[in-house]
Design a protein around this ligand. Structure first.
Ligand code: HEM
Ligand SMILES: Brc1ccc(-c2csc3nccn23)cc1
Length: 397
């Protein structure tokens, strides 16, 4: 398939970087003067929300056409800034806004259509495009990085977004071997395939090790009680039961799901590469599929090309090369490891603060009722995704 033969030789076709994968390389920090009002307001969100002035300031924005935005990086920064403004406008306080004013809604809707993104903040905004190096000549380490935009809750959003970014960066080192993997399957070259799969497994283990940074940089109570509010969406949402009205776009309210790293292309890319099919019984496959519509369209196209390519899994399972099966299983075990670790993190950052809050309020909401950032019943979803990954292990006999 032409799309796949040289995806990393023409990264511009998919906006995928050889070194950083799906991360937006060197994001812009400023927009042309006429659009800088969006950046300025989004950067002031924490202070203005604190003062209860954010909505008032947002309503003063001029309504701007997106046509003067030049190039992909300006469009991504504008989508990020408008998404931050939208989440702040809707969730500033418990008096939730049901109408997004046209001076935000019209450019946000039009720009979203151009990028193939929904008109709500997504992972590709606040994780993949929301970063800078403090010392441009330094490396991408937590201490030399900052986010471009933050939410209330102190350094919680910086921690959550940057740790996710660094996990993406560690995992991204696997991206450059994808063409070699498909070449090896095409040529039935077990030795080359074994080497590439070993490289994928070590990238996923690097991602697992980076994940531990979350304990250092994200406070569980700030995450659960403050930040999580701003990542919520307006689909199956009790506070916005019909969704949000995008003024100037449609009088009919529209529903869009809240932030979830099911929108992370790299994790879905590993599943696609290894032929890990998530179950259709409990809606996981449907949800993961739907979240591909919350990725930049070039990333969605790339993922679908990986998923539809000749199956690595079929080649390995029909091979009698035990070492090859072991190399494939190392990749699956690494994914199970990171998903197990992620479940422990979710217990610490959502389940425990939630039950602590319930006992303080004297009510009990069972784990089943605790919603995820993406509005899903999170524990069932995450355990099931982990279990499906585990079931993908091949017999090594
Ligand atoms: C405070 C830290 C974190 C919390 C509380 C958290 C919470 C969650 C929740 C609740 C879900 C279910 C999705 C939904 O609600 O629809 C989820 C999914 C996911 N999260 Fe996180 N997460 C955290 C950090 C991370 C990090 C650092 C990564 C690494 C990139 C990550 C990657 C994922 C992925 C890939 C999924 C989709 C399910 C899967 O593919 O396993 N999460 N997370
Ligand atoms: Br919008 C938005 C979407 C996803 C995330 C994110 C980063 S890691 C992770 N696990 C669950 C969600 N999640 C943060 C903001």
């Amino acid at each position: 398939m032409a799309l796949l033969e040289n995806p990393l030789e023409h990264p511009e076709k998919f906006h995928i970087s050889k070194d950083l994968g799906f991360i937006l390389e060197d994001p812009l920090e400023e927009l042309p003067d006429r659009y800088q009002v969006w950046v300025k307001l989004a950067k002031n969100l924490p202070t203005l929300v604190e003062e209860g002035q954010f909505r008032e300031e947002a309503e003063q924005l001029p309504e701007l056409s997106i046509d003067e935005l030049q190039g992909y990086k300006e469009q991504r920064l504008a989508h990020l800034a408008l998404s931050v403004i939208t989440m702040g406008y809707v969730w500033q306080d418990r008096n939730v806004k049901e109408v997004l004013p046209r001076n935000i809604a019209v450019p946000f809707w039009n720009l979203s259509e151009k990028l193939g993104l929904p008109p709500i903040m997504v992972y590709a905004d606040c994780v993949l495009a929301n970063w800078k190096k403090k010392d441009p000549l330094g490396s991408m380490t937590y201490d030399n990085m900052d986010t471009l935009f933050a939410f209330p809750g102190g350094d919680c959003s910086k921690g959550f977004f940057l740790v996710s970014l660094l996990v993406e960066k560690a995992a991204a080192s696997a991206m450059k071997v994808i063409p070699d993997i498909f070449e090896a399957v095409k040529k039935k070259n077990s030795e080359s395939l074994k080497e590439s799969l070993q490289s994928v497994a070590s990238s996923v283990y690097e991602a697992y090790k980076t994940f531990q940074l979350v304990h250092e940089h994200v406070n569980p109570n700030d995450f659960f009680n403050i930040l999580r509010v701003y990542l919520a969406g307006w689909k199956n949402c009790s506070l916005l039961p019909k969704g949000l009205i995008y003024e100037g776009v449609s009088e009919i309210p529209k529903e869009f799901a809240g932030g979830s790293a099911a929108q992370s292309s790299i994790m879905q890319c590993f599943d696609a590469l290894l032929g890990i099919q998530h179950t259709t019984e409990n809606g996981n496959a449907k949800y993961l599929e739907e979240m591909r519509n919350y990725m930049p369209s070039p990333h969605k196209i790339f993922l679908e090309a990986v998923a539809s390519h000749s199956s690595v899994r079929d080649f390995v399972s029909s091979s009698d090369d035990i070492q090859l099966k072991k190399a494939y299983n190392e990749c699956v075990k690494a994914l199970v490891h990171i998903r197990n670790y992620h479940l422990q993190v979710v217990n610490k950052y959502i389940i425990s603060p939630s039950s602590k809050q319930d006992s303080e309020k004297g009510q009990k909401s069972s784990d089943d009722e605790v919603k995820g950032t993406g509005g899903t019943n999170l524990l069932i979803f995450l355990r099931s995704v982990r279990d499906t990954t585990k079931r993908a292990l091949l017999e090594e006999s």
